[in-house]
Ligand binder design. Structure first.
Ligand code: ADP
Ligand code: MG
Length: 243
């Protein structure tokens, strides 16, 4: 469903120029959960940001359902694909209530049944009406991430791009959010691309994964291979040993 081919991106000018993505390529099937793992600075978030349409100066080719993604963030792309950040404040405004956060995309996209869609979405992510008028600072970390997930899903996208969605949370809350993400995917047949440095998260949630190192994909494997010692790439082995 999603293909990324020869994706390249750099930042800076002249002698300051730094190539961050070198020839990144992978494909993700419809309904699949695909993990991108690798050490900090390897370029994982940058790949997601390219897909999400947050950068426009990349080279290469990205397609969804056979259609090429352009360099602009279109309404259609927003409807198809949404991103969840490590820090829920990446998508929640500190002075907007939960209600406002969930209503905004519905208003922008002129969706019908707005109040009803918000109610249904709150239930879907394990919250209820009593949260509608709270501000982000009146929520726990886990509740805040639930609201960020609700906002990402309110336009009913087919694809969720998840950038370290549990890394900022307490360990007990991490499990709750991972279970919620697994549940949502099972129920709605969503496709996930999940970035993490935590292999436990990948084993829990992903079907396959790619390992990134210095802006390149150095290995692609089934996440079941992580559990049974079938991993041959030395870099992957250190990642496995580290958990
Ligand atoms: P990861 O998510 O794997 O930790 P990132 O994709 O965030 O890595 O970053 C990869 C590299 O690109 C890092 O060296 C980072 O400093 C650099 N980088 C990321 N975003 C920018 C930016 N907007 N401007 C300049 N350099 C950036
Ligand atoms: Mg990152």
């Amino acid at each position: 469903m999603i293909t990324v081919k020869a994706l390249q991106l750099g930042f800076g000018e002249g002698s300051q120029y730094q190539q961050v993505l070198h020839d990144v390529g992978f494909s993700v099937g419809e309904g699949e959960a695909f993990g991108l793992v690798g050490e900090s600075g390897s370029g994982k978030s940058t790949v997601l940001r390219c897909l999400a349409g947050l950068y426009s100066h990349w080279h290469g080719e990205m397609t969804i359902g056979g259609r090429a993604l352009g360099h602009k963030l279109t309404r259609e792309r927003c409807r198809l694909m949404q991103m969840v950040f490590q820090d829920p404040y990446g998508s929640l405004h500190p002075r907007h209530t939960v209600d406002a956060a969930l209503m905004e995309p519905l208003v922008i996209h002129r969706m019908d049944r707005q109040h009803e869609r918000v109610s249904q979405m709150l239930v879907k992510v394990g919250l209820n009406e009593s949260f509608r008028h709270r501000y982000p600072h009146q929520l726990s970390g886990g509740q805040r991430q639930r609201v960020a997930i609700a906002r990402a899903l309110i336009l009913e996208p087919r694809i969720l791009l998840l950038d370290e969605p549990t890394s900022a949370l307490d360990v007990s809350v991490q499990a709750e959010i991972l279970n919620l993400l697994a549940e949502l995917r099972a129920r709605d047949g969503l496709t996930y691309i999940l970035v993490t440095h935590d292999l436990g998260v990948v084993v829990h949630l992903c079907d396959r994964l790619a390992v990134m190192q210095q802006g390149r994909i150095v290995d692609t494997l089934a996440s079941s291979a992580l559990g049974n010692g079938g991993v041959t790439n030395p870099y992957t082995r250190t990642l496995v040993d580290a958990t």
